[in-house]
Design a protein around this ligand. Structure first.
Ligand code: F6P
Length: 514
């Protein structure tokens, strides 16, 4: 454990985390037994690390087919299953609620409006009504669980923009912070959303509102100035007699946990199994690339396949030598936009494998459509010569940080899209524009040919950045910020709040990009 863990774990009151996605999902196997597996996705992974350290209650949608069978009469279950440290309180949603609140308003409306990825946002009033109703249900559940009125409530992401407002109606003095994990759009784009004022007003019911980047924070404040009867004084918004501090605080990963997995001598067995399964134990294969993503149209997977395709076309001598392993975790598959990106990727993989190899499934792209457990993921990262993160737009992208954490051998090259939040911190990666296929393929070529001293120097620098700002520091920045704000009730204007996130009270505003 590093020093920062301690500060996140040391809160006086139990912590309440609230998110749509639950950290653990119970499901029934074919043989009738119940299994419990961690869920994938940035929010669940990052916050689970924090809750393991700090304890408390996590309130989330129970989405597993055996979730109801393992909870107690109050819909609670202790997790993680191997060594329980916190309580998971599950909320049940009907198929209709899930379809409209999660699939509709959150993922066909807010997700595309916040990401510049050319999928048209769809806003339906029926989805909006369900979004409001489900947010109110989350607030009601928090109210029921909050035995300690001073306990901080830490709300996650775009699914739950209205929770703080609903909760505050029941408990005017509740202390809440919300972290918006995805980009916040410029007001010109946000204007597409018919209920943008309600969303922004809902977010301003929090005491502290945090975004990944300074750019997101600035966009939000511009929107507030344009659209709401609010006063904006640097990062403090005053409206209806309340104050909200708006900050940027880029999220990190559980660096030490990944290092621990990476340095386990038994990982070698996992690596060998993986090499056999992926058929990369042929000695002729001497260049391995990896990509790990949810199957989402924001991740730039077709563009990355095109870049590999172009490289193999320009350098045919790499055929038979280069393998690119793409792990794609199926996601939101009920939505048409997701089903169509999935089939586009299937076709591209088959086409590239046929043209540069021996058939649709026997070529340079080894495509696995399933989530990997942490050990397997770390083994994969460590066998790669390069890792590609090519998002068209991304709040942060934790795969980039995980790859770096896994490389305590100080080798491997990160090829990283300039459209990710991570690119603002990870300047020693090879930065690409995923729309420029030529430039992208040249960057992969450069990664392959990079001299070992340069690889090491870059990886060392990247590791310093990722280790120096892990998920525990991120969480303690936000929770300590919340603590300071509410301890002083309303801070004296101009007084610096003691935390390390970008707070306009503490520093002049400016882009966090290096
Ligand atoms: O990071 C953005 C995010 O939407 C999280 O809120 C979510 O947990 C993750 O991506 C995975 O998406 P989903 O929960 O829809 O599977």
């Amino acid at each position: 454990m590093n020093g920062t863990n301690t500060s996140a774990a040391a809160g006086k009151h139990p912590l309440f985390v609230v998110s749509n996605r639950e950290p653990y999902l119970h499901s029934r196997r074919q043989d009738g037994t119940i299994t419990c597996a961690p869920t994938t996705g940035g929010v669940a992974v990052a916050l689970d690390a924090l809750m393991r350290e700090r304890g408390g209650t996590w309130i989330a949608h129970g989405a597993g087919d055996a979730d109801r069978e393992v909870v107690d009469a109050s819909d609670r279950v202790r997790v993680p299953p191997d060594a329980p440290t916190y309580t998971l309180r599950r909320i049940w949603l009907s198929p209709e609620e899930e379809r409209r609140y999660y699939g509709g308003f959150s993922n066909e409306g807010l997700w595309p409006v916040c990401h510049i990825a050319h999928v048209r946002p769809v806003f339906r009033s029926e989805d909006w009504a369900e979004y409001r109703a489900v947010n109110a249900r989350f607030a009601e559940a928090i109210d029921g669980e909050l035995t300690d009125p001073a306990a901080p409530v830490f709300i996650q992401d775009y699914h739950l923009a209205l929770v703080a407002g609903e909760l505050r109606r029941r408990r005017p003095n509740v202390r809440t912070a919300l972290f918006w994990h995805i980009p916040w759009p410029h007001p010109d784009r946000l204007r597409i959303c018919p209920w943008r004022r309600e969303i922004m007003t809902g977010l301003l019911a929090n005491d502290l509102l945090a975004f990944q980047l300074e750019r997101d924070r600035r966009n939000f404040l511009l929107g507030v100035r344009d659209e709401l009867p609010a006063q904006v004084d640097r990062g403090i918004v005053r409206m209806h007699g309340r104050e909200t501090h708006v900050v940027s605080a880029p999220i990190g990963i559980d660096f030490d946990r990944i290092v621990e997995v990476a340095s386990d001598p038994a990982l070698i067995n996992e690596t060998e199994r993986l090499r056999r399964e992926l058929r990369i134990n042929d000695p002729a294969i001497d260049v391995i690339g990896v990509g790990v993503d949810r199957l989402d149209y924001t991740k730039g997977i077709p563009e990355r396949l095109e870049a590999v395709d172009r490289l193999l076309t320009n350098r045919p001598e790499l055929r038979g030598r280069l393998v690119f392993v793409q792990v794609g975790v199926p996601s939101r598959s009920k939505l048409e936009s997701y089903a169509s990106i999935e089939s586009e990727i299937d076709q591209k993989v088959a086409d590239i494998n046929t043209r540069h190899g021996n058939g649709p499934e026997d070529g340079p792209i080894r495509y696995r459509k399933a989530a990997l457990k942490i050990r397997r993921l770390v083994a994969l990262y460590r066998m790669a010569d390069f890792c590609v993160v090519s998002s068209l737009h991304d709040g942060m992208n934790l795969v980039a940080k995980e790859f770096i954490a896994a490389r305590d051998d100080e080798d491997g090259v990160l090829v990283l899209s300039e459209m990710t939040g991570a690119a603002h911190e990870l300047g020693e990666a090879l930065i690409i524009n995923p729309y420029d296929i030529d430039g992208f393929s040249r960057a992969i070529d450069r990664a392959i040919e990079m001299p070992v001293e340069e690889r090491r120097a870059r990886m060392r620098a990247l590791r310093r950045v990722v280790a120096g700002h892990d998920v525990f520091l991120w969480a303690s920045d936000i929770l300590q910020g919340l603590e300071n704000l509410t301890a002083a009730l309303r801070p004296v204007r101009g007084a610096a709040v003691k935390h390390s996130f970008t707070d306009p009270l503490a520093r002049p505003s400016g882009d966090a990009r290096r």
